[in-house]
Design a protein around this ligand. Structure first.
Ligand code: UDP
Length: 506
């Protein structure tokens, strides 16, 4: 055993699901745990996902307690082409195969935990596994350690997602609206909030077969960690705890610390390196272009548009969105990808937009189109960004609200529609423009909603005020200091470390 190991407060094995939006918060959680005390964290995933993590991790002090461990992935065993071990590289209808393939990681994970146990003379302190990797609960128990599930989503959205998958409540009614076990009767959900795969699920389909099993297994964990803040979704945490009957620690937001410092918006040049590092992608010229564009506009005036790490919209939706944006006359920065039905990573064709659209908006400095991927954290933390048209992925929500930027919701998949519902009904920071990639959208509606959100008075002003209040709560939650001064997320992390990892250094 080397010196660093002998000084370690113990070992933790972390198992993220293979999607960009899961890897990033897992890495952030690993860093957060290592900051708490000198724990050793082994973050285990498949080769392609490991490459993502490796590109964001640095050998500096922050990351010295984190070891990346490669689990082999046999894509052909599951009928997947090579290099598709991440949701980003797969069309949605094939993602279900990736979910099923994740179960085959169980064997190598079991070997990893046994090896650690042999080498260190005791099992790891715990396994922290993605909610989707429920199979790890059984392995952890058999090998004499605990399993903690980590949801990379919020409390409300996670509860809605798991409960709907487990109970399929929409199947027992013909009505468009239905209630969901775990939520009060009066909190109605709507069929249009269900992704096609849940809407059509009938227990025997491949999606149900995966989610029903893995979610039930995860619900037998020793506790759950949640990348959210107690104060920003009190109802969600109350309901999630009652539903799971387990400890749930709200330890978020797991966003890079410069985003949570008092002096937001941060100056464009000061923390670029750390923010870029968080996201794990190279931006090249787009970073400077985005900054120049944002610098040329007034405070809170620009609409930022992005649908996350792997989504796009339909050709007709793209056309209507473009027409609506142009007719609103409001400045916008749009992360654009080929529409549905085309290679999402392929060349962007001008015919997907109204004739002359890009030239016109570029010349008038009203719009900037960024191809495929943009430095989202830098954009959201810039003072010119006034609202975010988002697919409501939880990382995007945390990043946006941590900067007091309200949201125009266009949820697409996973728990995104429930995140949007919670932000509209509970937080008051969101207005929903659209749901999914199948519905029709009119340019007029785009224009109306953009104008409403970016106005200083009325609904737009109220949303901004609420978003600023949520930003304040998020910053309070991560406040360090004496016991009296500590924020709720810091206290929750202390409690998790004390009760699960058995460490009393904090
Ligand atoms: N992201 C980014 N640039 C982009 C698109 C996405 O940096 O152009 C990052 C974003 O900051 C966030 C993550 O990718 O951290 C997307 O995660 P989210 O949970 O919002 O959505 P998902 O991609 O999982 O659907």
């Amino acid at each position: 055993m080397d010196d660093s190991k002998s000084q370690s407060h113990g070992h933790i094995v972390m198992l993220p699901f293979m999607a960009h939006g899961h890897l990033i918060p897992f890495l952030a959680l690993a860093r957060r745990i290592c900051r708490q005390a000198p724990f050793s964290v082994t973050l285990a995933t498949t080769p392609l996902n490991l490459r993502y993590l490796r590109s964001t991790i640095s050998p500096d002090d922050d990351d010295s307690g984190i070891r990346l461990y490669e689990i082999p992935f046999c894509s052909s065993d599951h009928g997947l082409p090579p290099d598709t071990e991440n949701t980003e590289n797969l069309p949605f209808n094939k993602i279900v195969k990736l979910f099923h393939s994740s179960v085959s990681l169980a064997g190598p994970v079991e070997c990893l935990i046994s090896d650690i146990t042999t080498e260190e003379g005791r099992p790891p302190l715990c396994v922290i596994s993605d909610v989707f990797l429920g199979w790890s609960v059984d392995i952890a128990k058999r090998l004499g350690t605990k399993n903690i599930a980590f949801t990379t989503g919020g409390a409300y959205g996670t509860l809605a997602y798991i409960s709907i998958w487990v109970h399929l409540p929409h199947r027992s009614t013909d009505s468009e609206e239905f209630s969901v076990p775990g939520f009060p009767e009066q909190c109605r959900f709507h069929r249009s909030q269900l992704h096609r795969y849940i809407r059509e699920a009938d227990v025997t389909d491949e999606w149900s077969k995966f989610f029903q099993v893995q979610i039930k297994l995860s619900s037998a964990s020793d506790g759950w960690l949640c990348n959210s803040v107690e104060e920003i979704e009190p109802l969600g945490f109350d309901l999630l705890r009652k539903y799971l009957k387990l400890p749930v620690w709200a330890i978020g937001p797991l966003v890079p610390s410069p985003l949570l410092q008092k002096s937001s918006p941060i100056s464009p040049n000061s923390s670029l390196k750390s923010l870029q590092k968080h996201s794990g992608k190279a931006f090249g010229v787009s970073l400077a272009k985005c900054q120049d564009f944002l610098n040329s506009h007034g405070p809170n005036s620009v609409l930022y548009i992005s649908f996350g790490s792997q989504n796009t919209i339909s050709p007709s939706q793209m056309m209507q969105l473009a027409i609506g944006l142009e007719s609103s006359g409001k400045p916008f920065l749009w992360v654009i990808r080929p529409p549905l039905g085309f290679d999402i990573k392929g060349e962007f064709r001008p015919e997907w937009l109204p004739p002359g659209f890009e030239d016109r908006v570029t010349k008038s400095k009203k719009g900037l189109l960024v191809r495929n991927w943009a430095p989202q954290l830098d954009i959201l933390s810039h003072g010119s960004t006034g609202a975010f048209l988002s697919h409501c992925g939880w990382n995007s929500i945390m990043e946006s609200l941590s900067q007091g930027v309200p949201i125009v919701g266009w949820p697409m998949a996973a728990e995104q529609a429930y995140n949007a519902k919670m932000m509209v009904e509970e937080m008051g920071v969101c207005v929903e423009l659209m749901r999914g990639v199948e519905s029709r959208i009119e340019a007029e509606e785009v224009k109306r909603v953009i104008e409403l959100v970016l106005e200083e008075e009325g609904k737009g002003g109220e949303m901004k005020e609420r978003a600023n209040a949520v930003m304040g709560q998020m910053r309070e939650a991560v406040k360090e200091g004496s016991d009296d001064e500590k924020g709720s997320s810091v206290k929750a992390m202390d409690e998790f470390v004390r009760t699960v990892l058995g460490d009393s250094t904090n």
